[in-house]
Ligand binder design. Structure first.
Ligand code: AMP
Ligand code: ZN
Ligand code: FE
Ligand code: FE
Length: 277
């Protein structure tokens, strides 16, 4: 089985359209489309996969949440993309992203970095994220790379950073469950204070943890495996593919989930509804 459970498209801040991603993943058995705060890439990915005959598309989401210590990303698998309440919540997140993106572009202008908002919107094509602004900055010649844009301007401590109101990680677990999905703590090692956070999330009903991710080093993976066993969490994995222009280190399929992950996720999804895949 060739599987990638963490893949972005241009429905959020990935470089490629869902069809392009599927074309790149033709040799895979299954990929999960996990865009930030949107499931809009899923339908096109499914249509493209039907055309190629592969891979199987698992509907997913990556919700950006916040708590006192910083950003926390929550993956959802087997979410019902046609759930009206879920889509209302996602639409609210995207509207907040749009306004916050405009505020960052205004801040950048005051720092001498002049971007056309229309161009940022065009690059975004869907849910607006900082990587889109970073790409507009590269294009206009203000920085050499997305990384430099984050380091100098729009990283969490950068002078043009703007926060936005977000769910807490615990609330996102609940939102995912109500949409029939299975909640998985994404790339835990990137979250400040993740060990404490994980305990709280387990109490809130967390289902799984992303053990295999380019940001988890070998020690972290070992520790996560032990914690997963201790708390009966499903272990997953994926590349966090965004395309080389956005995240050059995260090649499609560079991280696979442990054996049996997809089956375990699907079994768990039955707790929250009737998985339609
Ligand atoms: P946003 O959701 O708009 O806050 O943007 C978050 C996205 O930016 C995530 O996909 C991160 O992977 C990416 N990101 C965060 N920090 C950095 C960084 N220092 N360099 C490159 N990408 C980053
Ligand atoms: Zn992203
Ligand atoms: Fe993430
Ligand atoms: Fe991601």
């Amino acid at each position: 089985m060739r599987v990638d459970l963490h893949v972005h498209t241009n429905a959020s801040d990935g470089q490629y359209t869902p069809s392009e991603v599927v074309a790149l993943a033709r040799a895979f058995d299954l990929i999960a489309i996990t865009d930030h705060d949107t499931t809009d890439g899923v339908a096109e990915a499914r249509a493209a996969a039907a055309h190629h005959g592969a891979p199987l598309i698992l509907p997913g989401i990556e919700i950006s949440t916040a708590e006192d210590r910083g950003d926390v990303h929550m993956l959802g698998y087997f979410v019902r993309v046609d759930d009206a309440g879920f889509q209302d919540a996602l639409r609210g997140f995207r509207e907040a992203r749009f306004r916050r993106g405009q505020m960052m572009v205004e801040k950048l202008a005051r720092l001498g970095v002049h971007l056309e908002w229309a161009r940022v919107e065009q690059i975004a094509a869907g849910a607006v994220g900082r990587p889109h602004i970073a790409r507009a900055m590269c294009e206009a010649g203000y920085v050499e790379s997305v990384r430099e844009a984050f380091n100098r301007y729009i990283g969490n401590d950068g002078p043009a950073y703007v926060a936005r109101k977000r769910l807490t990680p615990e609330e996102s677990v609940d939102l995912i469950h109500r949409a029939g999905g299975v909640a998985v703590f994404a790339h835990p090692a990137l979250a400040a204070g993740w060990r404490d956070l994980l305990k709280g999330l387990v109490a809130a009903g967390l289902d799984g943890v992303e053990v295999n991710h380019p940001s988890n080093d070998e020690r972290t993976r070992l520790e996560l495996r032990a914690l997963a066993a201790q708390h009966s969490l499903i272990m997953t994995g994926g590349s966090d593919f965004h395309g080389p222009a956005v995240k050059p280190g995260n090649g499609l399929g560079c991280m696979a989930p442990p054996e049996g992950a997809v089956y375990a996720l699907r079994e768990r999804a039955r707790r929250y509804g009737d998985p339609d895949v």
